[in-house]
Design a protein around this ligand. Structure first.
Ligand SMILES: Nc1nc2c(ncn2[C@@H]2O[C@H](COP(=O)(O)OP(=O)(O)OP(=O)(O)O)[C@@H](O)[C@H]2O)c(=O)[nH]1
Ligand SMILES: O=C([O-])CC(=O)C(=O)O
Length: 616
């Protein structure tokens, strides 16, 4: 990643900003209009080469936005501390501005596009004064691939440029792909902190007012006021999920909040698995799983987003449209995710973690014992006696996917990989078993549609509170959620007709015992559940019926090998009739909130579950 300095040499555009030769006129015109309106001091087009990354980093170190870590301990790595009010996605300030309210649906904040445009027009006027506007053409997916899509983001945040350079294929190659007739997604971003002449900047400029606004029909995202993660790296949740779910609905493919992994069993058979867990519920960890059962290997293709589209033979194939990981730091340690730790040894940007006295980073869960003294994410002294965490619970690392030691050879295959299994999972202290298989695609979509999870620190809200998070897409669906379910059903029916839709499963690594402790060790031991799923696909395991679908039959998972005793194993699959009936009531109320838009197979899924519960 780097910036082309095409600095203002070409004065053909009315702002005086130059643009790279060959840039599609539609992009040039859009950039020019934005520049005239937001009035940055200069416009710089990014080309994706490396020297400018270094220049940007130097500039951010000088500005205090980044602190260099000790190059011996963590070469090429930096620490950013955000504004304390700009630490996570802001769902309450996220809007889907479809032309018709019913196309946004009850789970999205909707504002009529004309009203939102007027608001944004006002906010963007002069918003970049005193700053540089960077123009970043980018590809989601391997450049030139059949499933790949293009976008252009402008931003006045160098931190966002650096992040986009890691998270996407950004720069000249992507720009060269955008020609007349190429659909490209417009992503406009400002931190909303114009500088008066002579006014000193702050390390993390942002604005208390925030808008993350999406216009699905015109394929646009406008983001104001935040420089953090999914609010500002618009290629990620905004484009690759919210806008892409609208594009996919029009074109017959699925944008999914899913990790993608490749697993090889002891007999050498290879499977590709896509798994949807809500934010901060274990996608990165599962994508980097280190199997504790000998003979199995897991390789990583993606940790957050997958696009699933019918291939030439009609089977569903998936790509990871991203090029990097924006992962949760806390909880990541040698014991839980050694692969992530090995990925993070160099060239990483950490945000809101703690700094050690010798110039390295630390976060809760990295080591069993905290260092005796740290500088916390707020820049203050911290000791183990402190009552607040040293790293923010949503502190993150940004790192290139290619740096991951378990990255699979086919992670950037433009044609994608055939998906054998789809998994849904959430954080559920109660009720939901460790693993279950859906009876068929329709039942699986029911499982996904009624998925619930306890809130995490990845977004504002009360951590721990249970909410329905259909397909792990609640905050990321750019269309009416019930239309999205219908679309899932249709895509699956087509894949079935073409020789086999993926098998669907549900998992829950987070069930708790009466003492509040997790019943399942998780992490590398999750291979036990994964192996059972793939054994099911191969016909090597039978399973046994439950209200959740098929669960492992006695002896099909060697739970003792995972360090789980018989009583705990029974608890992991425990069925409490009254609690399950309440669960079904809750799912019913949730589905009812969508009125008659709920597809029949999903209603039937719930009716069957109720009947199964009654029989317990
Ligand atoms: N108990 C338990 N915790 C887990 C497991 N897998 C992940 N976690 C914890 O869950 C938190 C989030 O894990 P990630 O893998 O980063 O979650 P993610 O879904 O990729 O998060 P996003 O980047 O927000 O989408 C971390 O603190 C992990 O340590 C597991 O199998 N068991
Ligand atoms: O989008 C973000 O800010 C971080 C992220 O991956 C998520 O919340 O799922």
């Amino acid at each position: 990643m780097a910036i082309i300095e095409q600095p203002l040499r070409d004065t053909r555009t009315s702002t005086g900003a130059g643009h790279p030769e060959g840039a599609d006129p539609s992009i040039v015109a859009w950039v020019e209009r934005l520049a005239l309106h937001a009035t940055p001091d200069e416009v710089v087009w990014c080309d994706g080469s490396t020297p400018e990354r270094a220049r940007l980093i130097r500039q951010m170190v000088d500005a205090g936005t980044l602190e260099a870590l000790d190059p011996e301990l963590r070469p090429g790595s930096y620490l950013a501390r955000s504004d304390p009010d700009d630490v996570a996605r802001v769902e309450s300030r996220t809007f889907i501005c479809s032309a018709r309210e019913e196309d946004a649906g009850p789970t999205n904040n909707w504002v009529p596009p004309s009203a939102m445009r007027e608001t944004l027009h006002g906010l963007f006027r002069g918003a970049m004064r005193g700053r540089t506007m960077y123009v970043m053409p980018f590809a989601m997916g391997p450049v030139g691939g059949p499933l790949t899509r293009y976008g252009v983001q402008v931003t006045d945040s160098p931190y966002v440029v650096l992040s986009m350079g890691t998270m996407t294929r950004m720069g000249a190659e992507a720009l060269a792909q955008i020609g007349p007739g190429t659909e490209w997604v417009k992503c406009a971003h400002t931190v909303g902190a114009p500088l008066a002449p002579g006014q000193a900047d702050v390390p993390w400029p942002c604005n208390k007012t925030k808008y993350i606004s999406h216009f699905p029909e015109t394929r646009e995202v406008w983001s104001y006021g935040s420089a953090y993660g999914g609010n500002a790296i618009l290629a990620k949740k905004a484009f690759a999920l919210r806008i892409a779910s609208a594009i996919g609905q029009d074109e017959g493919w699925l944008a999914a909040h899913m990790l993608l992994l490749k697993v090889t069993n002891p007999r050498g058979r290879v499977f590709h698995v896509a798994a949807a867990f809500p934010s901060a519920c274990g996608k990165t960890n599962f994508a980097m799983l280190q199997p504790t059962i000998p003979g199995w290997t897991v390789e990583t293709l993606g940790d957050d987003i997958a696009w699933l589209a019918p291939g030439p033979d009609g089977r569903l194939r998936a790509i990871n449209p991203e090029a990097g990981f924006f992962g949760v730091a806390p909880g990541t340690g040698r014991g839980t995710n050694p692969v992530a730790m090995d990925t993070l040894t160099h060239d990483v940007v950490f945000t809101n973690v703690a700094r050690t006295d010798d110039g390295d980073v630390w976060w809760e869960g990295m080591t069993d014992e905290a260092p005796a003294h740290l500088t916390d994410w707020l820049g203050q002294d911290w000791t183990p006696a402190s009552s607040t965490p040293a790293a923010h619970p949503n502190s993150r690392f940004t790192v290139a996917a290619a740096q991951c030691p378990t990255i699979s050879d086919d992670w950037d295959d433009p044609a994608g990989v055939v998906v054998d299994a789809v998994i849904f999972g959430g954080r559920r202290a109660t009720n939901v078993p460790l693993v279950a298989q859906a009876r068929d695609w329709e039942h699986g979509v029911f499982m996904g549609a009624t998925l619930a999870s306890e809130r995490t620190a990845a977004a504002e809200g009360t951590v721990g509170e249970l909410r329905r998070d259909p397909l792990a897409m609640l905050p990321f669906c750019g269309v009416h959620m019930a239309d999205h379910w219908k679309h899932w059903l249709e895509v699956g029916a087509k894949a079935d007709a073409a020789g086999g839709a993926p098998a669907i499963f549900q998992v829950n690594w987070f069930r708790k015992g009466a003492d509040g402790r997790f019943l399942w060790p998780g992490f590398g031991e999750n291979i036990h559940a994964l192996a059972w799923m793939l054994d099911r696909i191969e016909g090597r395991a039978e399973g046994t019926a439950s209200p959740f679908g098929l669960i492992p039959a006695e002896g099909e998972i060697d739970h003792a090998a995972a360090g789980v005793d018989d009583a705990t194993w029974a608890e992991l699959f425990g069925l409490d009739k009254a609690a399950l009936a309440a669960e079904a009531d809750d799912a019913q109320a949730f589905l009812d909130s969508y009125g008659d838009k709920v597809p029949e197979p999903i209603r039937e899924g719930l009716a069957r579950m109720r009947a199964d519960i009654d029989e317990l």
